[in-house]
Design a protein around this ligand. Structure first.
Ligand SMILES: [Zn+2]
Length: 76
C-alpha cells in the first residue's frame, strides 16, 4: 500500500468517524431516554403551555392534563 492510498484512507476515515460517533451518541441517548421512561412511574408531573402533563423525572409527555388527572383520580 502506498502512502497516497493510506493518506486517502485517512481522509475518508476523518469524514466517517465523526459521523459514526455523533450517530452513536444520538442512538445512545435515545436508548437511555427510552429506558428511563420505561422504568419511570411518572408519579409527579407538571403542566406545560400546551396543557399537557409532563413527567418531572423523565420528561415524558403523558398527554392532556385533564385526562391524566382523571386517570390518577381513578387510581390508574
Ligand atoms: Zn416519568
Amino acid at each position: 500500500m502506498s502512502w497516497l492510498e493510506i493518506w486517502a484512507m485517512l481522509q475518508v476515515l476523518a469524514m466517517i468517524v465523526p459521523v459514526v460517533i455523533i450517530f452513536g451518541y444520538i442512538v445512545y441517548f435515545i436508548i437511555i431516554e427510552t429506558i428511563k421512561q420505561k422504568m419511570c412511574k411518572h408519579i409527579n408531573y407538571y403542566e406545560n403551555r400546551a396543557c399537557h402533563a409532563i413527567c418531572n423525572r423523565c420528561g415524558k409527555d403523558l398527554g392532556f392534563i385533564g385526562t391524566v388527572r382523571e386517570q390518577r383520580k381513578n387510581g390508574l
